[in-house]
Design a protein around this ligand. Structure first.
Ligand code: TYM
Length: 332
């Protein structure tokens, strides 16, 4: 059985983009994989997080992941700071990855913007920590949204360079799993930007905790163009907002864009948005209710995370100890 690793940052409330691009695929993959799912609080602090908010967001994200359908008894759900193997291996990877490789990372360029001199050095080496997350478990399959593709290529480059430098076949090749018609959900306000938990505008995204009225209002106000929906996917070319809404519906119905357009092609956006809002509410309301139920019992949630961290460490500690031995650290 192949081992899966994936992670999500507790840097805000998870969005429909996180759900459709990642968590929903995790739920399907847990049927026939051994899975580790990680709330990556170490990654979150690469940008400023208020400490009390970070603690609460870590628990809330764990609750949301379970509410989406992850089984934390059959698989491993934990938070990154509780397993020290990640930091140990990431330091080694800081010394394996080349500056030139990090300089090519588009997400760093986007996040740093014009403020390059002022962002944390953690933000710069962020992809090395992400590579360590995966390689610490010898995971071979990583389900993510499309925005993480470049980071996974880098994780492979790092693993292969380590193997080459130390003359071993230690870290396996990672296969990115970028699945479904909503691997890149875009902002509701701007079809050229991805939907993000850290976007300053709450109107740009649907949060997994939004109530029915909020979801309907956000979808009604979503930016679109004046043309009716096309009858075929080719007609979505050059219409990023239309493509986005059709992709969201397709993913929620487990269909492709062609099937959605066979049903809705020719309709104007106001009718389509009504159907889409009803569908999003139908899928997200039970998740929000279950998240609230889980959060009412923080003791149980904490014990799930504690148990997950212990099981994660039992896998990662020997792998990282072996990496340290290969590097030449004296073990006494
Ligand atoms: P994060 O927290 O930004 O997002 C978590 C997951 O959600 C996906 N995603 C999206 N998918 C489709 N459309 C969107 N608009 C959208 N926004 C986010 C992301 O691709 C991701 O799969 N660096 C990672 C977390 C991470 C990780 C890892 C992932 C840390 N270590 C190891 C995999 C393996 C991140 O910031 O995800």
């Amino acid at each position: 059985m192949q081992r899966i690793f994936s992670g999500i940052q507790p840097s805000g409330i998870p969005t429909l983009g996180n759900y459709l691009g990642a968590i929903r695929n995790w739920v399907a993959l847990q049927q026939d994989h051994e899975c580790l799912f990680c709330v990556v609080d170490l990654h979150a602090i690469t940008t400023w997080q208020d400490p009390a908010t970070l603690r609460a967001a870590t628990r809330e994200l764990a609750a949301s992941i379970i509410a989406c359908g992850i089984d934390p008894r059959a698989h491993v759900l934990f938070h990154q700071s509780a397993v020290h193997a990640h930091v140990r291996l990431s330091w080694i990877f800081n010394c394996v990855a080349r500056l030139g490789w990090l300089n090519r990372m588009t997400q760093f360029k986007d996040k740093a913007g014009k403020d390059r001199e002022q962002v944390s050095s953690g933000l710069y080496v962020y992809p090395n920590l992400m590579a360590a997350d995966i390689h610490a478990y010898h995971a071979t399959r990583v389900p993510v949204g499309d925005d993480q593709r470049q980071h996974l290529e880098l994780a492979n480059d790092i693993g292969q360079k380590f193997n080459h430098d130390f003359g071993v076949e230690f870290f396996p090749v990672i296969e990115p799993l970028i699945l479904g018609p909503a691997a890149r959900v875009m902002s509701l306000r701007d079809g050229s930007k991805k939907m993000s938990k850290s976007d300053p505008s709450d109107q740009s995204r649907i949060n997994l905790t939004d109530d029915a009225d909020t979801i309907a209002a956000k979808i009604r106000r979503a930016r679109t163009d004046p043309e009716p929906l096309p009858h075929e996917p080719q007609g979505l070319e050059g219409r990023p907002e239309a493509r986005n809404l059709v992709g969201i519906m397709a993913a929620l119905l487990d269909q492709d864009a062609a099937a959605v357009l066979r049903e809705h092609g020719g309709k104007g956006f106001s009718a389509f948005k009504e159907s889409l809002a009803a569908l999003v509410v139908e899928k997200l309301e039970p998740i929000a209710a279950e998240t609230r139920r889980l959060l009412a019992d923080p003791g149980t949630l904490d014990s799930i995370l504690r148990d997950g961290a212990a099981r994660a460490a039992a896998i990662a500690d020997p792998i990282v100890a072996e990496a340290e031995r290969l590097v030449g650290f004296l073990k006494v």
